[in-house]
Design a protein around this ligand. Structure first.
Ligand code: COI
Length: 358
């Protein structure tokens, strides 16, 4: 656990809070942005001191390089109000590490861990009243960096912007999801940018996802780019299966996002008596497991998705259904444990929580 005092960055307070517009009993993911945002420039080869200003539009050039050549990466994180009324930001170091890997892959300037964590602390504490205290809700944190320099030449920018927005969030999916195993389109190939949280990975997924939605599915389950034989991830979440009582998940490659929730669940599983296997998982193996009845659960994991039950997996046009995950299921137990750690009901033996005393 880390506890420090609030960093002092230049601060302009909003003259009119919008918090009363939020219906905290029914929060649609991403609909409301909190009153303030953090903004920093990368200029002359270094990150400048961030400032906190009211959330609002920014002036930009239509020639801004990120619009044309896609230098744009982001993170998705969460803060909670814990049982003592303090603020818990979940695993900021792990998110900092991943953001820097994304930035490096996109030839963008890394953000020192200290600066990143101080920035998170400052903006989350500023808008602490926006952290929901309803069960299952949290403050979603969206740090992002993009090329700001105006230029039409194809080049690595030398002026970047770093922002952090926050947004009260409820459940990402309102019900168990239906996934379609995708064997035509590709999200990412090995050697590409699949492991990076860059904007283009999401934009490229819209079209196949839209087609899947028209067929009644919520998301696609991506397979490897080379053979469409192995399962990768579901775009907004990693996936896990319980087969013969073992927790099985696709191993990380350069085409998969190294999910922070994924990592947390793999660490918690043995403490619940569940063996973990991180390895290649073929579509054929999943289909066989359905036919033999050895698969008991499948679920997605992600910052936004948390632990989201999967109801149906469609393989080559055939729906395979999973039973409803009850309180005794692995996914419900591990989700509970994760929440207990974040909210302070269980000891944070891994040092995942960044606590801000308020
Ligand atoms: C997240 O879980 O933070 C994501 O990035 C998924 C999605 C909301 C883009």
């Amino acid at each position: 656990m880390i506890t420090t005092s609030r960093p002092t960055f230049p601060f302009t307070r909003t003259t009119k809070s919008r918090i009363k517009e939020v219906d905290f009993s029914n929060i649609e993911f991403g609909k409301y942005i909190s009153d303030h945002m953090l903004e920093a420039d990368y200029l002359n080869d270094s990150w400048q001191t961030p400032k906190i200003v009211p959330f609002g539009d920014i002036p930009m050039s239509p020639a801004m390089l990120s619009l044309h050549y896609g230098q744009s990466v982001f993170e998705g994180m969460k803060a909670f109000k814990n049982k003592d009324g303090d603020i818990c930001i979940f695993r900021p170091q792990k998110h900092s590490e991943r953001l820097n890997k994304s930035l490096a892959r996109m030839c963008m300037p890394e953000i020192p861990e200290d600066l990143f964590i101080q920035s998170l602390h400052a903006i989350v504490e500023t808008d602490k009243d926006w952290i929901p205290s309803t069960e299952g809700a949290s403050l979603y944190i969206r740090p992002f960096v993009f090329a700001f320099e105006p230029r039409l030449g194809v080049k690595i920018a030398d002026h970047f912007k770093f922002f952090i927005l926050t947004s009260p969030a409820g459940a990402y999916f309102s019900k168990p999801t239906k996934l379609k195993v995708e064997k035509t389109f590709v999200r990412a190939a090995e050697g590409g940018t699949g492991f990076a949280k860059c904007a283009g990975n999401y934009g490229g997924a819209f079209y196949p996802t839209q087609l899947a939605r028209q067929q009644g599915f919520d998301q696609v389950l991506w397979t490897d780019a080379k053979e469409h034989k192995y399962i990768d991830e579901a775009g907004v979440m990693n996936v896990m299966f319980l087969i013969n009582g073992k927790l099985i998940t696709p191993q990380l490659t350069s085409a998969l996002l190294d999910g922070v929730t994924r990592d947390s669940i793999l660490k918690l599983a043995p403490t619940l008596g569940t063996t973990v296997e991180e390895r290649r998982v073929s579509v054929e193996e999943i289909e066989e497991a359905f036919k033999k009845g050895t698969i008991s659960e499948a679920f997605g994991t992600g910052t936004a998705a948390v632990v989201s039950p999967i109801a149906t997996i469609n393989i080559d046009g055939k729906d395979y259904n999973l039973p409803t995950a009850g309180p005794e299921s692995f996914q419900q137990r591990v989700k509970q444990k994760l929440n207990n750690i974040r909210l302070g009901h269980e000891a944070d033996v891994y040092g995942w929580n960044y606590i801000i005393h308020v």
